[in-house]
Design a protein around this ligand. Structure first.
Ligand SMILES: Cc1cc2nc3c(=O)[nH]c(=O)nc-3n(C[C@H](O)[C@H](O)[C@H](O)COP(=O)(O)OP(=O)(O)OC[C@H]3O[C@@H](n4cnc5c(N)ncnc54)[C@H](O)[C@@H]3O)c2cc1C
Length: 382
């Protein structure tokens, strides 16, 4: 019997799941992908827009183009997920499904910090364009990268941003006029990867003269007076701000009763099944507890591999095959350090008792591999 697989979200996880399912299942089965936007944004290239080596058009692609592959893309804001009736509402339409893949990612929660708005945001295109504009007018002063709270997407990204800013200021010949710092709610960089990786990343930024202030939570931003406030009572002047806002699960998942105690969707760590039959969740919206009690980081690489596992499991079930692949917690992540170089961290995040993560030191080679990966991503999935 023909089945309908509904995929919510056309980000990293949803895009891969739709493609993989389309490849595995014949045309009688429907694959429907819904997103509020009509485009996909490749986040790993976002900071290349900040440094001016990419335009927004170069890091986005229309989801409508998936029609030629036999993926039915629908644009609409998803307002209701009903896992009992097996129905989803988006825009004015209602969609029924046999299988549901929830890949709605994490939302930026500006409201959690007084005075915080999209203009200082390091994690979305409008904020990046705004910071870029300010950078072009900046001739020196206090430039801060601030991680407001945990968890947040891509644990390496704020450190990449700080190092790319350092490189930008050096190229402009104003580095000696800039007090460049990272303030973060974390205990150390990339905490889940362990103290060795944390010390290595901290060493990288401090070697570039970037000051590191961990364990501070941002409570308020005053753009008019140019001040930021932290939970330890500190009040600090700034000239240029790049903030990683607090993250939270999309409201629609909360209203559907899908969130667990962590505030994210609990899933089986190997199969990505939720407690509802035929309903899977992948990527940033999930809360996966590792053997050491910490959470699996929110990163595209995990959304990607989880999507492949879920697509294979659904296709196998529909076709009556005895295939049961499992997500094994492996992942890797580039770390841009400026000067056209990048490092690479990789490892097994499901290892016991702690994730086993290794870091290759920064080289031009890894930066080139990241450029190739960007090209491959658009070629493979569009
Ligand atoms: C600056 C930056 C750099 C990064 N670099 C890397 C990197 O180098 N490597 C890496 O592995 N990860 C990286 N990441 C993290 C990575 O982008 C995310 O982990 C990944 O995108 C998660 O995929 P996802 O499918 O779970 O969610 P997303 O990619 O966020 O997709 C969610 C989708 O759901 C849609 N959506 C949400 N709510 C609704 C709704 N109600 N109705 C309709 N549509 C909705 C959104 O529009 C979005 O398209 C980076 C992130 C940032 C911000």
């Amino acid at each position: 019997m023909a089945k309908t697989i509904l995929i919510l979200g056309g980000g990293a996880g949803g895009l891969v799941a739709a493609n993989e399912l389309r490849q595995k299942l014949n045309g009688e089965h429907k694959i429907v992908l819904i997103d509020q936007n009509d485009y996909h944004l490749f986040y790993p290239s976002l900071f290349w827009v900040l440094e001016g080596t990419r335009t927004p058009e170069q890091i986005t692609k229309k989801l409508t183009g998936l029609a030629k592959k036999g993926i039915d893309f629908r644009q609409g804001i998803i307002t209701k997920i009903d896992v009992i009736e097996k129905k989803v509402e988006a825009g004015a339409l209602s969609y029924s499904y046999d299988y549901l893949i929830i890949a709605l990612g994490a939302r930026l929660n500006y409201d959690a910090v007084e005075g915080l708005g999209a203009e200082n945001c390091l994690y979305a295109l409008p904020g990046i364009l705004d910071i870029r504009k300010r950078l072009n007018e900046f001739s020196g002063g206090k430039a801060y990268v601030v991680v407001a709270s945990v968890p947040f997407r891509c644990p390496a990204a704020p450190y990449e941003a700080a190092m790319l800013l350092n490189y930008f200021f050096r190229q402009r010949g104003i580095r000696d006029k800039v007090d460049l710092r990272v303030f973060t709610a974390e205990d150390q960089p990339m905490a889940v990867a362990g103290p060795k990786i944390g010390a290595s990343v901290r060493g990288m930024i401090e070697n570039q003269g970037i000051k590191y202030q961990p364990k501070v939570r941002l409570t308020s931003v005053d753009n008019r007076s140019g001040k930021i406030f932290f939970d330890n009572g500190e009040k600090i002047d700034f000239d240029l701000l790049a903030i990683v806002p607090p993250h939270k699960a999309p409201e629609v998942a909360k209203e559907a009763g899908l969130l667990g105690d962590s505030g994210w969707v609990p899933v089986n760590p190997s199969t990505l099944e939720t407690k509802h039959p035929g309903v899977f969740a992948i990527g940033d919206i999930t809360g996966i507890k590792l053997p050491n009690g910490k959470a699996l980081p929110k990163a595209g690489v995990f959304a990607h591999y989880e999507a492949k596992v879920v697509a294979e499991r659904i296709a196998a079930e529909i076709e009556g095959k005895k295939l049961a692949p499992k997500f094994n917690g492996w992942g890797s992540c580039f770390l841009e350090v400026g000067s056209g170089k990048a490092g690479l961290a990789f490892g097994n995040f499901y290892a016991k008792p702690d994730p086993k993560v290794t870091m290759f030191p920064p080289l031009k080679f890894w930066h080139l591999i990241k450029i190739l990966f960007e090209k491959w991503w658009f070629y493979k999935w569009f």
